[in-house]
Design a protein around this ligand. Sequence first.
Ligand code: BTN
Length: 249
Amino acid sequence: MTAVSRLVGCVVHALDTVDSTQTVLARLASEGAPEGTVVTARHQTGGRGRRGRCWWDAPGQSLLMSVLLRPPIPAAHAPQLSLVAGLAVADALGTATGVEARIRWPNDVLVDRRKICGVLPEAVSNPDGRVRHVLLGMGINVGQEEFPDGLRAHATSLRLATGVAHDQGRILAVLLEALGGRYREWLAGGFAGVRDEWRRRAGTLGERVRTPDGREGVAMDVAEDGALLVDAGEGALTRVVSWAWATGP
Ligand code: BTN
């Protein structure tokens, strides 16, 4: 029998209330924590979303976690990891609960066209242009039965989508397995290796989108490097890349 060690989740710090699991994990990363280290929390007082937004949670109702990865790759390849994470979440939610999750590029995970999970990738690069580490932050709505006014129309939870309660520990275990598997696939074959699966689960392709510089068009495909290819009526397709670089340590 071959024992396969758990790459993602080799060490799990399960905390109660934190500012942000990203902040806690950034500190652990700078202290040399091993790849695959995970921080979870029951509640965040300063949960962060993409593009500087806040991430709301009801204490105990969300799976709030950050995963430390140290991929041996050039910084330019890092944005692909964001899509890989979204795919792993969609896989895991299907396996653990049977929901049919779709991915809105780059990595929002939706059920019934409402957001059930957000992914915040934050990376630090070395002066040689290679990745030092990536913090993959994920917030999954598990047990919420209602959302605050501003979120109600756009958000859902596993509880609301399936009508039954779900065990967060099981979802975490399935997700760590799925993320480890997709991460290994990506390390071996790049985004091209998992692109067909991503497309199969994509909710964005064929829909009208607005690019960060304000152009409107139709999302046609996702490129080998994870960029979204948008037909904005200008002949060549417009490439859109989504990623956030943090500053050291
Ligand atoms: C998004 O804007 O869609 C991304 C949301 C990411 C939220 C998660 S919750 C756990 C981790 N810690 C944070 O502060 N943010 C991420």
